[in-house]
Design a protein around this ligand. Sequence first.
Ligand code: NAP
Length: 331
Amino acid sequence: VKVAIVGATGVVGETIVRVLEERRVPVDRLAPFASRSRRGAVCFRGEALDVRETTSDALHEFDVVFFAGGEDASERYVPSLVERGCIVIDNSATYRLRSGVPLVVPEVNADALRPQDRLFPVANCTAIVLCTALAPVRDTAGLRAVRVATYQAASGAGRAGLEELLAGERALAGAEEEPQPVAFARALARNVVPQIGEFDASGYSQEERKVRDETRKMLGLPDVFVSATCVRVPVHTAHSEAVFVETECKTNLDELAAAFDRAPGVNFHRSGVVTPREVEGTDLVHVARLRSEAETGRHFALWAVGDQLRKGAATNAVQILELLLAKGYVR
Ligand SMILES: NC(=O)c1ccc[n+]([C@@H]2O[C@H](COP(=O)([O-])OP(=O)(O)OC[C@H]3O[C@@H](n4cnc5c(N)ncnc54)[C@H](OP(=O)(O)O)[C@@H]3O)[C@@H](O)[C@H]2O)c1
C-alpha cells in the first residue's frame, strides 16, 4: 500500500513511522508530510525521506493517509480524501464522536470496523489506555460506573509540551530562565497541573470530557457513568491512571485477575507496581494494584499505565491498518 503521514515530524507522526517499520507493515511507498518541507528529515527503513508541505492534491495519490497534524489539518484535508475512497486514520479529535464513525481499539471493539468505512479516528490517548484496561472488567461483570484520576505525561501535549518541560527543568537547575507556560496551564517542572484543556460550565476540562465521551463510545456503553480528573505531571512519556470501577454484577479478584491475564493488549502485574518510565516504548497497557474497594463484590480499584505515543496513538493507528489489511478492506 501507498501510505502518507501528515504531521510526520511531530511526536505521534515519528512514532507512526517507527511502528510501521517495526511491525513490518507491507508499505510500498511512504511519504511524510508536515506544515512545511524539510530535506531528509524522516528516516524509514534506513532511508532519509524528504518531508513535503501538506496539500490536498499531494495526498490524493495515496491509499492510506495517517493524520497526526492536529485538528486544523484533519478538518481541512480529511473530507475530500474520504470522498475519494482513501483510508484515513486520524489521531485528532475532530471526527471521533461523529455518529456512524467507528472509534476502534482492536482489543476492545474490533467488530466496530465495517467494510464500507473509510474514516478511522484514533481515540484520545488517555481513553485508549483506560478502555484497554476496562474491557476485561466489562466482559467479566459489566460496568456501571468508572471514576479515574490521570497522571499524564508532558509529551501528550506534543513536541512543544515536552520541550517546555525540559526547559523548565533546566531553569530549575539554574541553567536558564524559566519559560512562561504555553503548552500547559501552569509551569510543569516540579509541579502537577490539574487542568488539560478548557473548563466548561460544569467544571470539567476538555480532556475530561473526551475521556468520558470516548470511553462510552469505545466500550459500547453509552450510559455508563464516567467521571475523570485529568492531571498533567512532569513525566516525559506514558500516561498513568488510578481507576475505580463499579461493576453491574458481583465478581471477585480471582475472576478479574484471570480476565486480565487473558486480555489481549494487557500486561497484568499480580503484585508490585509499574511506573511510566518502565512502560515508555512498549505497546501494552500495564495493569497493576488490582484490589477490592469494598466487600460488595462490585467495587474495585486498579492502576493502569500505557505509552500514550504508542498504544495511545501510533500503535493503535497502525493496528487499525493491520486489521483493515487482514480483512481485505484496503483497496
Ligand atoms: N502527543 C500525544 O501523546 C498524542 C496522543 C494522541 C493523539 N494526539 C494527537 O495527534 C496529533 C499530533 O500530535 P503531536 O503530539 O504529535 O503534535 P506535535 O508533536 O506538535 O506535531 C505536530 C505535527 O503536525 C504538523 N502540522 C501542524 N499543523 C499542520 C498543518 N496545518 N498541516 C500539516 N501538518 C501540520 C507539524 O508539522 P511542522 O513540524 O512542520 O509544524 C508536526 O509534524 C494531534 O491531533 C494530537 O491531539 C497526540
